[in-house]
Design a protein around this ligand. Structure first.
Ligand code: DHB
Length: 310
């Protein structure tokens, strides 16, 4: 039984896409709904359509991926229309709608639009896009993060989560958790890509992607231990009412199991979904079930958050 409880909701599996991967168009979103994913999140939206950065802007690598997409998306109305249509269908699970404004004003404008709509799913405020030239990742600026959350909760009354970048120092986890614990967040999603890596192909002596001279967000196997550290460090520090989505480096069922053991309630798959398409969820669900059977676990709660130390 892979049923996952999350906030006020249950999903058939704890698996979903990571935002930005396979979620730009209604066709891709419909394919996710037809897969073994328990739910989905839409591509982070700005108010208006954006073309994003010049191509090539995503590359699969042997150990993961690098991207600098630059927030290409169809605009908030497109994704809000999609989730509103789907929520009328009782066979469709609760969906996640992601927003990533280029400014705090744009974030607040989108949150107001969603608040005033009939959307009854979960909204994810992305504070961690590393790929818009000249725009810092909000969540690395603790003062800006606190201001953003204070302003968001003044006008937003529906379940809200935040997408965070990876942190690396234990004092950062202390500071960020202390800020997050002051707000009635439904959840956090950790991690976004490790920002501004640089992949170099030695044969051609070149970078792998065009935007920003080759600097881009890392995903895949490169990021798994960082992702697990962020999930676990936040689970140790956040109010128990704040759920956690674990994202980063999931290639197989054991990686899903590790995220859940570290304290994730749901997990998201980015790079491996790019590589395999939505059938990846069939394999991951089967591999997770096999591991649980071998260990004698019948449900996720049997091991979720129960990581052992030495
Ligand atoms: C993009 C990348 C991200 O990691 C993110 O959180 C939002 C947008 C992008 O480049 O499109």
């Amino acid at each position: 039984d892979l049923t996952a409880s999350f906030h006020d909701h249950t999903f058939q599996t704890p698996l979903m896409n990571a935002s930005g991967v396979y979620c730009y168009t209604t066709e891709e979103l419909d394919n996710l709904l037809a897969s073994k994913a328990g739910t989905l999140v839409t591509k982070s939206a700005t108010i208006n359509y954006r073309a994003g950065n010049p191509e090539p802007r995503y590359r699969n690598l042997a150990l993961g991926s690098i991207n600098s997409m630059g927030l290409p998306n169809e605009g908030l109305a497109y994704y809000l229309d999609y989730v509103l249509k789907k929520q009328a269908d009782p066979t469709v699970p609760t969906l996640f709608l992601s927003v990533a404004g280029i400014s705090m004003a744009e974030d607040l404008d989108m949150l107001s639009t969603i608040d005033q709509s009939d959307f009854n799913g979960l909204t994810e405020l992305n504070l961690s896009c590393p790929n818009v030239p000249g725009k810092p990742q909000v969540a690395y600026d603790f003062e800006a993060t606190e201001k953003m959350l204070a302003a968001a909760f003044e006008r937003f009354h529906k379940p809200l989560g935040v997408k965070l970048p990876p942190y690396f120092d234990l004092t950062q986890f202390d500071i960020v958790a202390q800020i997050l614990n002051q707000y009635p967040l439904a959840y956090i999603n950790t991690i976004n890509s490790i920002g501004n890596g640089l992949y170099i192909d030695v044969d051609s002596e070149t970078v792998a992607i065009k935007p920003k001279g080759g600097f881009g967000g890392l995903g895949g196997a490169y990021v798994l231990p960082t992702a697990l550290a962020n999930v676990h460090a936040f689970r140790q520090r956040l109010n128990p009412e704040i759920a956690i989505i674990g994202t980063g480096g999931i290639e197989n069922g054991a990686d899903v199991f590790a995220h859940l053991l570290a304290g994730a309630d749901l997990v998201q798959v980015g790079t491996q979904l790019m590589k395999d398409g939505p059938d990846v969820f069939t394999r991951l669900a089967a591999e997770l079930a096999d591991i649980m059977n071998a260990k004698g676990y019948h449900k996720l709660a049997d091991f979720k958050g129960k990581l052992k130390t030495l």
